[in-house]
Design a protein around this ligand. Sequence first.
Ligand SMILES: Cc1ncc(COP(=O)(O)O)c(C=O)c1O
Length: 421
Amino acid sequence: MSTFSNIGNLLSGPSGIQELMADLGEAFSIAPDMRMLGGGNPAAIPQMQALWRDRMRELLDDSGKIDRALLNYDPPAGNPLFRETFAAFLKRDCGWNVTQENICVLPSSQTAFFLLFNLLAGESSAGKKRILLPLVPEYIGYANQGSCTDFFTACLPRIEERGAHEFKYHIDFERLRITPDIAGVCVSCPTNPTGNVISAEEFARLRELTAQHRVPLIIDNAYGHPFPGVIYNSFRPQWDEGMIFSISMSKVGLPGVRTSMIVAAPNIVKALRNMNAIVSLANGNLGQAILQPMLADDTLIRLSRDVIAPFYRHRSDHAHRILQHELGDHVPWALHSREGAFFLWLWLKNLPIPAAELYQRLKMKKVLVIPGHYFAFGLAAPWSHADQCLRLTFSQPEHIVREGLAILAEEVKAVYARGDY
Ligand SMILES: Cc1ncc(COP(=O)(O)O)c(C=O)c1O
């Protein structure tokens, strides 16, 4: 007999995200020889690391600032000066009509999504409400965040094949339905795991549909607009009061500060603030203290554009070239169009074994990847396509990515050659 509550069982059981983070921690500590093509850790970008160190030194040299940051609990919606600076930055750089009443600072976007999803969906006086994911594959970290079962419902994509080795997912508006049980529509952009960026037309249609049904459109900008800006086309989503945007400090290189910002209508901000007080009391102050002046003088946005985005573009091209070289035309492979984020999404067509089995074999060979099925949730039926896909991170040093992809290619070719059916 379980000694845990229903919600306790839901949250404490094994989950994809827990396995992924355990793999990540192990690779960086217990098994440093592991080639880490798995987790979503940002890269060590020397210029950015030097900057974080400088900012820490500046804080330490100004005893008033460091003492204030370390000693005090801030209000649960975040530091008032930080919220004001962030709102002014969004107004100036993105043209969004926001004030600090639209900003809630939270302890990471992982936490923000947990609070937000459970604020909107689950059991309610109007029956059970769900979060709709209009385009799977979608971020593994959402999958177990619901306070009840059947929390997510998701829509399969339309797959466009673009030549022998490239494809792209599109939102299938023929299938997409916003039914009365839908409490919000959520999409990560660029998408983790695929690097997909929804088109301006898809965005406009989603916004029109969500406005028509009076549900919020939630955009998770962890890799995208306005920072770190790892997005290779000109698409920049525009916030309005019917939308909820999540922006994280993690992917500019500060996952250790565990801080993110939600941009939303004031009633949503107040609700999240109140939830944050109950769950966390207040946020960590360090990330806000580090970034506040860099937002005020546009250093962060400049570095996102000039350093961070080109760095990941270069890494993406590097990883792509290796795969092209190693896999050639030996096996039927294709990559999702590379439009942003830190990943390659590899489709091994008609792979003779499930990607989960391939993951195990690669782990034995000291290469960590993530099998595709984790990113296909909220679906009414299993989706075999996801069992033919892998997510590969290219943020680790180039020699690790090169070795990891070469081992992967060797194993993949062997699997197809044996036909391991
Ligand atoms: C799409 C997406 N959203 C949210 C998160 C969570 O980021 P954090 O909790 O570090 O802000 C991640 C992390 O990998 C992500 O990929």
